[in-house]
Design a protein around this ligand. Sequence first.
Ligand SMILES: Nc1ncnc2c1ncn2[C@@H]1O[C@H](COP(=O)(O)OP(=O)(O)OP(=O)(O)O)[C@@H](O)[C@H]1O
Ligand SMILES: [Mg+2]
Length: 303
Amino acid sequence: MYHIVAQPSCDNCGGITSFGMTLVYLECQRNSYIRPMDTLFEGENQIISIIVIAISLLFVMGVAIVLFFYFSRRKIIKTELEKATMEIEHQKEVLRSTIITQEEERARIAQDMHDAISSKLNIVSLNANFLLEEGITSDEANKMGDSILKVTTTVLESSRRIAHDLLPPTLQKFGLEAALEELCEEVYDSKKFELEYDISYEENFVSSNHELHIFRIVQELMNNSIKHSEASQITLILKTKENILSLQYRDNGKGFNIEDTQKAKGLGMSGIENRAVILQGDLEIASSPGNGIAVTIEINNEL
Ligand SMILES: Nc1ncnc2c1ncn2[C@@H]1O[C@H](COP(=O)(O)OP(=O)(O)OP(=O)(O)O)[C@@H](O)[C@H]1O
Ligand SMILES: [Mg+2]
């Protein structure tokens, strides 16, 4: 709606007073009233738009955070699960090695008992029965008596050896260092090899069960050198420092092809491997024809 008003004056149209100009003026005035309202609405819209955008952004950020936590949690759970599975597998491996080692020891002891004790005691029993027979001359009785005495002496010796093998008394009484030194001296006394050894073991570094496994490993390595190597020199170094026990063994004998042995492994080498698993140690065996054998084992007692 347009109104004619007297003496209009306006900044936009420069105060023109003709009728046409008045209309222009009124239009101008109308615009000057309407514009602020438009601007007001535009402002409100902008605020609403900003709020909507902000809420959307917050929502997107919220979803992103939830997704991030969900996936990182899933990743953590997956890693933990993998770690737990590996630990279980490792425990299974240790258990398997322990059982195999125990079975092998049982079989060896049963064999020893059978060969060195049962069969000999059968002879004693036979001779003793013969003594009870009627009409036996005193000469025969004396011979039987002598035979019984000889056999019982060897049986006693064997039973001592078997008991000694089961748990070496020096190991039990004086610990691993003394037991290994005794073993080295026995090998040295055989005058078959030059033997160098350097043993410094911190007492109770590993449990007494584990000490027996370490002793058996060294014993088997030495037995193999005696039986197979034709070496002239053996070196044994065993040290404990901080949390690490390191064992190094070598002979300078004829060596062997490890791959062939892997295929047809005797009880000795597989026993060493099983004991290394029980000890949770890192075992390395290096040998090739003409180059002797070098064995290293590292055990971390914090594992
Ligand atoms: N120090 C060594 N020097 C040369 N050859 C070796 C040595 N140690 C092992 N070997 C080879 O590896 C093979 C496997 O050894 P392992 O101790 O497993 O069995 P073994 O000594 O023959 O029998 P067992 O130990 O069961 O009485 C041996 O037969 C031998 O050929
Ligand atoms: Mg052997």
